[in-house]
Design a protein around this ligand. Structure first.
Ligand code: FAD
Ligand code: SF4
Length: 516
């Protein structure tokens, strides 16, 4: 590897691909920007092949873009970095080989990487400076005061605060536009048979060379990529095209069918912008502004419920998850409030299950590195929670399989919202359901081996007995929750015989989860 001489090194991680960062405002000939494909990042968990490829491809695109603007850039591939054990070893080499007098880095969004960089900075041979990424709405320095750990945190309060501060979707008199903060009740429809979502917008970015490198360096991946092109946006032009596709074709029905479960498409009316956002190719503010702009230009075409529902995800949930992550780490990564210990069933890795809803969610995750929120929460997440799967195993699956999975957002969603492993920091009650909810929201049950109406026996929908088993085994903790009491009263009204049969059926399933 040839390292050019420079006075200042600026190091960028693979999810710091914001070409509009102040670092790039002026060309400084003495500064060398470094982007590096790293074995440690490609292998700290088993990632989906599309995920590794999309990040590496977008890094190459940023390197080329910066060079075209006149910046000096060193773009290192796995071939260049293979000889270094980890990131600090590489940085040490870069400093000595370039003769740089200082190093700057953007603050990592993952605890693991921030620790690694801070350790390195403490013993580096030159001054090392950390700078913000400027990506999030809440500055890193304000996280502790915004999300104090001694107080119960609820997303809704935080979201309203951001709405007021930003003025987004607010009337001049300081009231929420339309008179309500939340239009969720209008956003929870199953998808009628005559609605067909458009084909997702996919790119065809050539990535044959990246695939060869993954093979050469024995990077273990999961899932598949069809051919040698990546469908995910590699730069701002493509990310903005995806954003336009969303506002033009998907946003009008985004809200209504946000929670729908169907095999009539794998992305439905969702934006698929999470990769472009989490890699920081796109800024959340510009996404919100784009959505608000089309809405105010054509309010009759864009229901307020769709617009508010989308904005809520982006400025509410996304920022809230980051706040919980940073104020609760590192303990959060160990949380297991329900003491769940079972291994993840094998079919999560293969899609080899007779449960039609699970098969759809897992198959499309393996094929496209994508499932929408309700598939993640109420299908695969719900099943893992009901089955008492160890949150470490659930975390590793979600962190690996999704195109947008970076720990700061993956972990609170998985451990907190989905697995209730944090004991209620994020969710006020566990997101669990029997087959009934899945039937109501989707069209999988009709073609399923299992019968959603049966509660016991070999053909019973597994979600049914497992739901009651979960409720029964966690009664002591959940029974105190006023939002759940009614469910227990219904359970208690059933005959002892009926309850025993349901629980015995669930026990059987738990013995043979892999075969479902
Ligand atoms: P859309 O439905 O179009 O929503 C728009 C945007 O809102 C998304 O791009 C995303 O940036 C944001 N958003 C929506 N919901 C959430 C949420 N709950 N938390 C944070 N941001 C949200 N999201 C990730 O970005 N990375 C993850 O690793 C991740 N893991 C998840 C794991 C589980 C178990 C669950 C239940 C959810 C997870 N989510 C994660 C949240 C959500 O499912 C994805 O953000 C969303 O499906 C991405 O697809 P989209 O871009 O089409 O989203
Ligand atoms: Fe899923 Fe149960 Fe419906 Fe089958 S019957 S699709 S397992 S909810």
């Amino acid at each position: 590897m040839r390292v050019p001489a420079c006075e200042r090194l600026c190091f960028l991680l693979g999810d710091q691909l914001n070409v509009q960062h102040e670092w790039f405002d002026h060309v400084e000939p003495d500064t060398l920007f470094v982007l590096a494909e790293l074995y440690q990042e490609a292998s700290y968990v088993r990632h989906h092949v599309q995920k590794v490829v999309a990040f590496f491809d977008a890094m190459a695109a940023l390197a080329a873009n910066l060079e075209a603007k006149g910046h000096r850039v060193l773009h290192l591939t796995l071939d260049d970095t293979a000889e270094f054990d980890d990131l600090p070893a590489l940085l040490e080499h870069l400093i000595s080989a370039s003769g740089a007098g200082s190093l700057a880095y953007q603050r990592p969004d993952e605890y693991r990487l921030l620790e690694q960089m801070q350790d390195f900075a403490a013993r580096a041979a030159v001054p090392v400076r950390c700078t913000g990424t400027r990506h999030f709405l809440v500055p890193f320095e304000a996280l502790d005061s915004t999300f104090p750990t001694h107080k119960q945190q609820r997303m809704e309060h935080f979201y309203r605060r951001i709405r007021k501060q930003s003025g987004w979707l607010m009337d001049a008199d300081g009231k929420p536009v339309g008179g309500k903060w939340n239009y969720d009740v209008e956003n929870r429809k199953a998808m009628p048979a005559d609605v067909q979502p458009p084909e997702p917008l996919l790119f065809e970015n050539p990535v044959g060379d990246i695939l060869e490198r993954l093979e050469r360096h024995q990077i273990q991946t999961i899932g598949s990529l069809s051919g040698t092109t990546s469908p995910w946006p590699r730069d701002r032009a493509q990310a903005r095209e995806l954003l336009r596709f969303f506002t033009d074709q998907l946003l009008p029905l985004f809200g209504a069918y946000q929670d729908a479960l169907t095999d009539r498409g794998w992305a439905l009316f969702h934006s698929r912008l999470s990769f472009a956002l989490n890699s920081k190719i796109l800024d959340p503010r510009e996404v919100v502004e784009a959505v608000l702009a089309v809405w105010s230009a054509e309010p009759e075409r864009y229901p307020l419920a769709a617009v508010e529902g989308f904005v809520r995800q982006l400025i509410g949930w996304r920022e809230f998850m980051r706040g919980i992550y940073w104020t609760r780490m590192p303990e959060y990564a160990q949380s297991n409030a329900l003491d769940a210990r079972r291994p993840l069933p094998e079919f999560y890795w293969t899609g080899n299950t007779r449960m039609a809803c699970m098969k759809q969610a897992i198959d499309q995750s393996l094929e496209h590195a994508y499932a929408h929120h309700i598939q993640r929460l109420m299908v695969t997440g719900n099943f893992a929670l009901l089955a008492g799967v160890d949150p470490d195993a659930v975390d590793a699956w979600y962190l690996g399989i999704y195109i947008d999975a970076i720990e700061w957002v993956e972990m609170p969603n998985t451990r907190g919202m989905s697995q209730f492993a944090d004991g209620g920091v994020i969710a006020s009650k566990p997101y669990v359901s029997s087959g009934n909810y899945l039937k109501k929201m989707g069209d999988h049950c009709g073609g399923c081996f299992y019968d959603v109406k049966q509660r016991t026996g070999p053909k019973a929908c597994p979600f049914n007995p497992l739901y009651w088993h979960f409720m029964n085994r966690h009664r002591e903790r959940l029974g105190r929750n006023p939002r759940i009491g009614m469910i227990y009263r219904g359970w208690d009204r059933r005959s002892q015989e009926d309850r025993d049969a349901v629980l015995a059926s669930a026990e059987q399933l738990l013995e043979q989860l892999d075969t479902l």
